[in-house]
Ligand binder design. Structure first.
Ligand SMILES: *Cc1c(COP(=O)(O)O)cnc(C)c1O
Length: 450
C-alpha cells in the first residue's frame, strides 16, 4: 500500500458565491485514468499539457443521440459541425458513425473533401462563400445554404456561367423567444424576407430548392425554442408545397444543444438544469409532424449538433507548475495549460480533477495558466484539494471549440492523442515546434545581418 501524503491543516475562509460546507459537495474525485489508460503514463509519454480524446465516448454519444431521434422520427441525418472540432481523426469517427459534414468556410469544405466526403454529403453554411468555393460546391453537388440576397445572386450568376444546377436551401433566422435574437445569419422569417427569397429561388430554373435550414444559437437551454423554430420552418414548407407543389428533401434544424459543462453564470450544475436530449427531440419531432405533405412523405430531419456530441469526449491533462499565495491570502495554482489552449474557459466553469490520490482538505483556489498575461486565468474560484508542484490534473469536457480556437500565442500547441476503443493510444496531432511555426515566415535579406 502506498504511504499517504502528509497534509498540513488549513483554515478556510468562506467565499461569497459558494455554498457553505453543508451545501453540495464541490469536491472532484481523483481521475487517475481516462478510458482505462493511466493519466500519468500519458503525461510521461506524450508530455504535458496534453489533449486526450476518447473514441469510445464519441461513438457512444453519437449513437445515443441518433437512437433518441430515430425512435421519434423515421428519417434522421446527422452532419458533423467541423468548426466544433475538425481534427481529422475526430471527424472520421463521426463519419464512420454515418454523419455527413457541416462546414462554414472553404477551408472546412476542403478538409471534408480531403477526408473523402462526397459533395452531396456536405452542408455548406456560413456568411462568406467565395466564387471558387461555390464553384466547387456546385460542381460537387453540395448542399449550399444561402445566407443573404447577395449570395443568392452570386449563385445564380455562377450557375448560369457553369450551366449547371445548384442544390440549395436557405438559412432562416426566426424569433424563437430567446433574446438577443440571432438574426445576423440567413433570411428573417417574421418580416417576410425568407418567403421572398424562396419565391426568388422558385422562379430560377438553375436552383434546385431542396431544404430549409435554421441554427438558432448555441448552448440553447430551452427545448421550447426549437419547437417554435421548427413550426415556423414547417409553415414555410407548407406554403411552398401549396404554392408550387415543392416537396423538400430535408429540414435542417442546425445545432445548439448544450453540453454538460456548466456556464459561469449558472449556480447549479448543468446536469441538474438542462433539458435532456429526449426533451429536445420531442419538441423538434412533434413540430415536424405538422407538415402536410401528400401520403406519408416526410423530409429528412438534419441535425448539425456540435458541442453536445464532443465536449465530454475531450480532456486536457495539465501539470501544476507552482502554487503560491495571492496578496489576499488566497491560494493560486499555476498550470501549464492556459487560455491559449482552453478558449472555452472564458464561459465555462470546467471541472478539474486531480490525477492522483489527494487528501480530504480542500481550498478555494484561483487557477492561472503559463502565459505572461493577466487574462490567463482558467478559473477565478474553484474548490480543489491540496495540490503541489508537478501534480497532474485533468480538465474535463474540453472536446468542443478548443482544438479549433486554440491560440498560437506565447507558447506552442501540444500533442493531441486519441484513446482508441481497444485502449491503444494514437497520436492524432503532433505538438508544434519552432520550425513549424516559422515555416511560413520570410526574413527580408536586409534584416539577416545582426
Ligand atoms: C456552429 C454551428 C453548428 C454547431 O453548433 P453547436 O452549438 O456546437 O451544436 C451547427 N450549425 C451551424 C450553422 C453552426 O454555425
Amino acid at each position: 500500500m502506498n504511504k499517504k501524503n502528509y497534509e498540513r491543516p488549513i483554515i478556510t475562509k468562506q467565499q461569497s458565491g459558494f455554498m457553505n460546507k453543508f451545501g453540495a459537495s464541490t469536491l472532484n474525485l481523483p481521475k487517475t485514468e481516462i478510458d482505462g489508460v493511466n493519466v500519468s503514463d500519458l503525461a510521461n509519454e506524450y508530455s504535458s499539457p496534453l489533449f486526450v480524446i476518447s473514441e469510445k465516448k464519441i461513438r457512444e454519444t453519437q449513437r445515443n443521440a441518433l437512437r433518441i431521434f430515430k425512435t421519434r422520427y423515421p428519417k434522421v441525418q446527422f452532419a458533423w459541425s467541423y468548426k466544433t472540432n475538425y481534427l481529422n481523426a475526430v471527424c472520421s469517427v463521426f463519419h464512420q458513425e454515418g454523419s455527413w459534414a457541416e462546414v462554414v468556410s472553404e477551408f472546412e469544405y476542403d478538409r471534408a473533401r480531403k477526408l473523402g466526403i462526397s459533395g452531396e454529403h456536405i452542408f455548406f453554411n456560413g456568411p462568406h462563400k467565395s466564387d471558387d468555393s461555390l464553384t466547387k460546391a456546385i460542381n460537387d453537388g453540395a448542399k449550399i445554404h444561402i445566407d443573404h440576397f447577395d449570395e443568392l445572386y452570386q449563385i445564380i450568376e455562377l450557375t448560369n456561367k457553369l450551366d449547371k444546377k445548384a442544390n440549395v436551401a436557405i438559412r432562416v433566422n426566426l424569433d424563437v423567444g430567446i433574446y438577443p435574437k440571432w438574426d445576423r445569419f440567413g433570411f428573417n422569417y417574421e418580416n417576410g424576407e425568407a418567403a421572398q427569397a424562396l419565391k426568388r429561388i422558385s422562379v430560377t430554373d438553375k436552383l434546385n430548392l431542396i431544404g430549409l435550414h435554421m441554427h438558432i444559437g448555441t448552448y440553447m437551454m430551452s427545448s421550447e425554442a426549437y419547437k417554435i423554430g421548427v413550426s415556423k420552418l414547417v409553415a414555410l414548407a407548407n406554403d411552398l408545397h401549396q404554392q408550387n407543389g415543392t416537396v423538400l428533401e430535408y429540414i435542417d434544424i442546425g445545432g445548439g444543444f448544450p453540453s454538460n459543462n456548466t456556464l459561469k453564470g449558472q449556480y447549479l450544475p448543468a446536469e441538474q438544469i438542462l433539458p435532456t436530449l429526449e426533451q429536445y427531440a420531442d419538441a423538434i419531432t412533434s413540430s415536424l409532424f405538422e407538415l402536410k405533405y401528400p401520403g406519408n412523405e416526410l423530409p429528412t430531419l438534419v441535425l448539425e449538433t456540435g458541442r453536445a456530441l464532443i465536449d465530454d469526449a475531450g480532456s486536457l491533462i495539465s501539470k501544476v507548475l507552482a502554487t503560491k499565495r495571492l496578496s489576499d491570502g488566497k491560494r493560486a495554482l499555476i498550470f501549464d495549460a492556459g487560455v491559449n489552449l482552453l478558449f472555452t474557459s472564458f464561459w465555462y466553469k470546467h471541472t478539474i480533477s486531480p490525477a492522483q490520490q489527494t487528501g480530504l482538505y480542500t481550498e478555494n483556489s484561483k487557477i492561472f495558466g503559463p502565459l505572461c498575461m493577466n487574462i490567463d486565468c482558467l478559473n477565478e474560484n474553484i474548490t480543489l484539494p491540496t495540490l503541489k508542484k508537478n501534480d497532474l490534473v485533468v480538465i474535463n469536457r474540453v472536446g468542443a471549440y478548443n482544438m479549433t480556437q486554440w491560440m498560437q500565442f506565447i507558447t506552442l500547441r501540444p500533442n493531441v492523442v486519441m484513446i482508441m476503443e481497444d485502449q491503444s493510444v494514437e497520436l492524432i496531432r503532433e505538438g508544434e515546434d519552432l520550425e513549424y511555426i516559422m515555416m511560413k515566415e520570410k526574413l527580408p535579406e536586409k534584416l539577416k545581418k545582426l
